[in-house]
Design a protein around this ligand. Structure first.
Ligand code: ZN
Length: 536
């Protein structure tokens, strides 16, 4: 028998395929996969993944295929590590603890495919492909791929690979034993159920989430629960710089707590909006619906960009039914509890929220343009936002030279200073007014790691600046007697990996050459989200 006839249905290329919404082009899918698996693209294409057409009642695909130039595997609930279909296994390891020792990672900062690991591939990929907003094919860039013409930076994230998927996880204070490093890992979806449980939500109402309560790391008892997110903060650098005295705030947290050397594994893709949403709802993208920083929505036939200054305040509009934020969970268990979400896009249900403030300013008409209108200019929105932000060059909690060097560093430094003042204000006045649960996201770390990659001088300055602001908060909490009664969790939304600026290239010409003769239109969002049957 022709081998090709055996392999085709195995790979999900069957002729009767229908997508959630549109008709998939099976010949197009097969041609696209073949073109992206070309060995000459292997310096920039690390992996491909696509779902089987068969789905369960929740929309979850019954199988996900993973491939690279050397082989294909099929993953499903019974075989979460994958069954080999062709060649050699495209996932050489799925161990979440690979490169948990920072020295190992620093010695091999952008490992070749054979030395890399891809943790929890079935759980993460099947969640991603559950939502019809997901693409027909996900293309994972190699860590080395440098693509500035399409928005890539010297430091990048988004991959299924372990380094870009690993966020730090530090727990400190009330309810946490001083245990230092624990050779373990968690998932970012564990953050919401763990903090909600500490804040008084009963386990039964958290049982249906993708994440679990990590009662092995913390006990109940804290009066105040404080979550800190340093966007893109590289876990190895964080711990190493704390030990060397460069991050005294993190060092103070570690003195009174523990951290996981394997960190917290981000959902796929290891992108900002996907993981802010995942960690604060306890479910992956297949349930909350925020599948990327940018994606194509087949239902509305439109490009959606959740991760943009002009859209951050309305991310909740994208949530699928059944999503519960940390703040909603706490308030439903404790209706009188105050909750706060500072500079964080996941904020639905919070008593105090930065983006609720943004919405109220927009609604009042004080802003030049309305970000709620599709026609609004993002530039107008940014001008409005900047008008409310402090000048980072007037603060000693910001490395001024970096602001001149990198516009994002300056913008996010201003955002982070605003966040600090919001946190100090929340914990002022009568104790009865202090929030039982608060969350504060900082972003300078992300700008700094994009600019120079992990372990670069600018990345270190980003960590130092966020730490300086953390020290101000810790000192304040200590001075008002709140610190010893607080549980503090510090994490990030993803890791970071350094690109190799000599590894350039674009898979678009190969895709075009494969799909145009078949008359199959396609779009590539991200880049890496390939939608078939959609015009560019
Ligand atoms: Zn991020």
């Amino acid at each position: 028998m022709d081998d090709r006839r055996v392999v085709r249905p195995l790979l999900g290329f069957s002729a009767s395929v229908r997508h959630h919404v549109g008709v998939v082009f099976p010949a197009g899918l097969e041609a696209a996969v073949a073109s992206l698996r070309a060995p000459e693209l292997s310096p920039i294409v690390d992996l491909l993944a696509w779902p089987s057409p068969d789905r369960d009642d929740s929309g979850r695909p019954l199988a996900v295929f993973v491939a690279d130039f050397g082989g294909v595997a099929c993953l499903d609930a019974d075989n979460p590590e994958g069954v080999l279909i062709e060649g050699r296994h495209p996932l050489p390891s799925t161990d979440p603890m690979v490169f948990a020792v920072h020295l190992d990672e620093a010695a091999d900062p952008s490992p070749d495919h054979e030395r890399n690991s891809y943790p929890l591939p079935w759980m993460r990929l099947s969640s991603f492909f559950t939502d019809p907003r997901s693409p027909d094919i996900a293309v994972v860039h190699t860590g080395k791929h440098f693509f500035p013409e399409q928005g890539g930076h010297e430091g990048e994230h988004g991959s299924l690979g372990v380094i870009q998927s690993r966020a730090p996880l530090v727990l400190s204070g009330a309810g946490v034993r001083s245990r230092g490093a624990l050779d373990h890992h968690a998932r970012l979806v564990d953050v919401m159920p763990t903090l909600a449980w500490v804040a008084g939500v009963e386990p039964a109402s958290l049982a249906d989430l993708d994440g679990v309560i990590r009662s092995d790391l913390v006990e109940r008892g804290a009066r105040y629960v404080i979550g800190l997110l340093w966007d893109g903060a590289h876990p190895g650098s964080l711990v190493e710089r704390a030990a060397s005295g460069e991050l005294p705030g993190v060092a103070r947290l570690l003195e009174r707590g523990c951290y996981l050397t394997g960190g917290a594994v981000a959902e796929f893709p290891s992108l900002t909006l996907v993981n802010h949403t995942s960690m604060l709802t306890g479910v992956g993208p297949g349930r909350h619906g925020v599948v990327g920083n940018v994606y194509w929505d087949r239902e509305s036939n439109a490009r959606v960009v959740p991760n943009d200054a002009s859209t951050w305040h309305r991310v909740a509009q994208l949530y699928r039914d059944g999503v519960t934020t940390l703040f909603e969970a706490v308030v439903s268990a404790r209706p009188d509890a105050r909750t706060a979400s500072i500079n964080e896009m996941t904020e639905r249900g919070a008593w105090a929220s930065t983006f609720a403030l943004v919405r109220s300013i927009l609604d009042s008409g004080d802003a030049g343009g309305s970000g709620l209108s599709a026609a609004a200019e993002p530039d107008d929105f940014l001008t409005m936002m900047r008008g409310f932000l402090p000048d980072p060059l007037e603060s000693n909690l910001v490395t001024h030279s970096r602001c001149a060097e990198d516009m994002d560093y300056a913008f996010y430094s201003a955002i982070d200073l605003f966040g600090l003042s919001s946190m100090l204000e929340l914990f002022s006045g009568d104790e009865g007014d202090w929030p039982a649960v608060s969350w504060w996201s900082q972003y300078t770390t992300d700008a700094a790691h994009h600019a120079g990659g992990p372990r670069s001088a600018i990345a270190t300055d980003g960590l130092r600046d966020c730490d300086a602001r953390l020290v101000v908060l810790l000192d304040h909490l200590d001075s008002i007697g709140a610190l010893d009664r607080s549980l503090i969790l510090l994490t990030a939304d993803h890791g970071f990996e350094s690109a190799d600026t000599s590894v350039r290239g674009d898979w678009a010409p190969a895709l075009a050459a494969a799909l145009e003769p078949l008359g199959v239109p396609w779009r590539d969002e991200g880049p890496g989200f390939i939608y078939l049957g959609v015009q560019q």
